[in-house]
Design a protein around this ligand. Structure first.
Ligand code: XMP
Length: 513
């Protein structure tokens, strides 16, 4: 079954995939296409609407990305956002110029007043904050367009030609900072494009499976499975699409949480694919012996991971595709150039050198984290895998402070398991962004029964965060902390003191190493 499609035409803005994600969220199928795509190709997709994205350029410069003006004769509605809005105005007889003075340039949160009779703003409050980012402004609004929103600095923040279904907004409805922005996109889809809204993540799955089958053909695919959400969903999707043509190599580095390795294996055992679990605990521990410096731990683990994976890949022989569970936020983050490296965050230290493959395949590249989880559910993965909190690639190695030993790792595993169990019992597991235990390198004196103890201090960490770049420590109720503390000290030998970490990020980071 083919779906009603909205095409997001990409003019180089930074929020393009976010727009696509918003459209999907509204239950409408959507594809992002470069603005250079020939019109005939776009027409073949029979779109019910176009959304022109923002972009860093000025429409009046000859070198700027343009659109085939015939697009305005197709009878298909258009929503132009920022640069897209100016492009619309530019092509339909308006005039866009560089703002002469600062008052006409707008950046950031801007109080905006909407015409509620415009279909785009139907049912929404008449004013609210919108997120602006433009240095050009529309000096002359094109013929046939009405003004549909204004700000204190600018009389034409939104323009509308209801008869032809053309709308332009100078602000970014797709970002969270714009109040009711998603509803504006929804209005465009339903009030203007008359979408039926029957598209779901189940449809996404079917479309993705078909696309993978077409790309892979009868080829073979190899995937390094870490057991995290992204690589697990990637594995399930590929298994659904190409079954036995897929080999997943699960490198168990012995640095996972309690039972995690077995859980991953159990989750994938029944899928039609080749599943290889490599028990590499001893190897990793040997390489890490005596190492205390966090970045060295990360480097060793990243490199060893690749070596183990390569050895398995050699046994398998040449493959056609190397699959990766890259998701959209990874794509953006790895593009960010000059930010200082606080921690080297990559699960694996780049691509393996000795794997014989022709092409990389990244089937989750366009999805955001919550969409990946939704897709995982759609594929039938167990909830404990799909809703798993983020877990760093180096695993517990960076949660045992200082030198690693198997005993310390086991102690931490047991304590962390109790912590997680009690957080779940208190119904806080969905609420807290990330929580885990850290085995510090500090020993202190305690008294248990009649005897003196001299054991390790365990730190509990729990944070709330929207993007993991900044985070606030979670206010776990005292009685829950009390239960956790009592249970851990009673049940886990080697720990006689529990502390709770009450620092935010910054200045602290989420992990201790
Ligand atoms: P920090 O400690 O930098 O953590 O505040 C931010 C987020 O990143 C995770 N993290 C890692 N993830 N490899 C990973 O794959 C790493 O080396 C690593 N270090 C930190 C951390 O768990 C948190 O979610």
């Amino acid at each position: 079954m083919s779906h009603q499609t909205v095409i997001v035409l990409d003019f180089g803005g930074q929020y393009n995939q976010l727009i696509a994600r918003r459209v999907r969220e509204c239950g409408v199928y959507c594809e992002v296409k470069p603005c250079t795509t020939p019109l005939a190709e776009l027409q073949k997709m029979e779109p019910i609407g176009f959304i022109f994205t923002g972009g860093p350029n000025s429409v009046y410069l000859e070198t700027s990305p343009q659109v085939d003006p015939a697009i305005f004769t197709l009878g298909v509605p258009v929503l132009g956002i920022c640069y897209g809005c100016q492009l619309l105005a530019h092509h339909l007889g308006g005039r866009v110029t560089a703002a002469q003075d600062d008052s006409a340039r707008e950046y950031g949160k801007t109080e905006t007043f909407y015409d509620a009779s415009c279909p785009l703003f139907k049912g929404l409050p008449e004013s609210g904050i919108s997120w602006m980012s433009h240095g050009d402004y529309m000096e002359k609004v094109p013929e046939g367009f009405a003004l549909a929103a204004r700000s204190l600095a600018c009389p034409n923040v939104a323009i509308a030609d209801e008869r032809r279904g053309f709308y332009g907004v100078q602000f970014h409805p797709e970002v969270n900072h714009t109040e009711h922005g998603v509803e504006m996109i929804r209005n465009f889809l339903y009030e203007v494009c008359h979408a039926s809204g029957d598209w779901t993540m189940g449809d996404y799955k079917r479309t993705a499976v078909a696309a993978i089958r077409q790309k892979v053909g009868s080829g073979r695919v190899l995937l390094a499975l870490s057991g995290g959400v992204d690589s697990s969903v990637c594995a399930a999707l590929l298994a659904e699409a190409v079954g036995e043509q897929l080999t997943c190599v699960f490198v168990d580095h012995g640095l996972m949480r309690k039972n995690e390795g077995d859980e991953v294996q159990a989750a994938f055992q029944s899928w039609a694919m080749h599943f290889v679990r490599v028990d590499a605990e001893a190897r990793f521990l040997e390489k890490l012996a005596g190492v205390t410096e966090p970045e060295r731990k990360r480097k060793i683990i990243g490199e060893e991971f690749i070596r183990v994976f390569e050895e398995e890949a050699r046994k398998i022989g040449a493959v056609d595709f190397l699959a990766q569970g890259t998701i959209y936020p990874d794509v953006i983050e790895s593009g960010a150039g000059s930010a200082a490296v606080i921690k080297s965050h990559h699960n694996v230290g780049g691509l393996p050198d000795y794997v014989d493959f022709k092409e990389i395949i990244e089937p989750l590249r366009l999805l955001f984290k919550d969409e990946v989880r939704q897709l995982g559910r759609e594929l039938g993965l167990p909830e404990y895998l799909v809703s798993r909190q983020p877990f760093p690639g180096p695993g517990l190695a960076i949660r045992v402070i200082g030198e690693l030993t198997k005993e310390k790792l086991d102690t931490l595993r047991d304590a962390d398991a109790v912590y997680r169990e009690e957080i779940a019992n208190a119904d806080l597991d969905r609420e807290i962004g990330q929580y885990f235990a850290v085995l510090t390198n500090t020993r202190s004196v305690g008294v248990m029964g009649d005897g003196r103890t001299y054991d390790y201090t365990l730190a509990l960490r729990a944070v709330n965060t929207s993007d993991f770049m900044t985070a606030d420590w979670a206010r776990i109720p005292y009685d829950v902390l009390d239960r956790i503390s009592t249970r851990i000290v009673n049940e886990v030998p080697g720990i006689n003191r529990i502390v709770y970490d009450v620092t935010s990020k910054p200045p602290a980071t989420i992990e201790w190493e």
